[in-house]
Write a protein that binds this ligand. Sequence first.
Ligand code: FES
Ligand SMILES: [Fe+2]
Length: 431
Amino acid sequence: MLQGHSRSVESLIEPGRVSRLVYTDPNVFELEMERIFGRAWLYVGHESQIPNPGDYFTTDLGRQPVIMIRQNDQSIRVLLNRCTHRGAKVVNEVCGHARHMSCLYHGWTYDTDGTLLAVPVPEGCPAGFENKNYSLAQAPRMETYRGFVFASLSPNGISFEDHLGGMKANIDDLVNRAPEGKLALDAGVHRYMFRGNWKLQIENVLDSYHVPFGHASTVSKEGVQFARREGDKEGAKVVDKNNTANDWKVRRSYDMGNGHGWTSNTMLDEGKRTSPAYDAYVASLSAKLGEERATEILKPRMHNSLIYPNVSIMGLNIHVRVIKPIAVDLTEVTVYPIRLLGAPDSMNFGNIRLLNVTHSAASFVQSDDAEAFTRTQSGLASQLTEWVDISRGMGSEDVDADLNAPRAKATDEMVVRGQYRAWLNYMREVA
Ligand code: FES
Ligand SMILES: [Fe+2]
């Protein structure tokens, strides 16, 4: 039973619909922090953010502050950012370099591996006090895949391999596009908050249904007005004229299990792209890997993905998006531009400029979504209508033979239903 309720978490999820309480109830949010963010594999950061020993990056896993820090042997540790004295956050900066880490409160000082090096006025410590018993706590499990660092705050649970599953191919799809086979997330960030529940953002990254409406001012004003008047089918004909309709017709979404999903990419038909910057990029990839392999890598496959529960890799205007729940109705989103290492600067800077226009806090695209999330959270305050409908496309899914994964139109809500299957697994499971 949920605290303060006569309801169980199971009662909040039904086929094709979920209770408004999953977005609005503080008790549900508390349970999510414990049962999802307290034990799932969570994206922490990228290795390129901490290239040298002593480099660190701080973030929160759920609401628990952590330090991702490079060790002298080049390995990476994820330490809990909580002084073992009286609990202060030890590192306050988002990123930097440290020879050691000192707590501002009473000066306890830690090595970069988390061991306590020194305590001021040590003669005040009781008999038997030993520094080695006061190391910073470490995330019980940490794994990396091609530069992406994940950690779990629980020693138990699904293995990283099993958790990531088919989403490895999604990371490969992006990383392989770098001529050097590596990414760098070192071009700054866009960070913003919205007054809404965190799940609104993870549902949205795989939602192709909203694009012509939520982003009408960007994609096709006339087409959307027509579609609204005449219905999707006729409207699509108009939208088709400026290519947006290809999404409606061809793009598919895939339920990759464990709450993960992706949508295929049809808008970004790499084979048809041409510009001096893009041509130079293709030449750099071909020079490194050969033309055949370069052509294979550039086949449009990935559009957007969600690696449940807190990171999205966006293929269209490439970036990594990290979703951080703060309160039941408050979420922080951080967008990291990506540099494809080995690609010409003109290509990388062009991608970053596009991202600035589409996904900064005051951009054409992301601000539309933030407005939609805020309005949704406001609307869900209405108590007379309990259920949120996610039934679109139910029963019309098929199976993609190559991926062995359920597939649907990207305008359907199959992947959202997949997210709630994962949600329920975490929420009802006793650790
Ligand atoms: S709380 Fe960190 S030194 Fe006291
Ligand atoms: Fe959107």
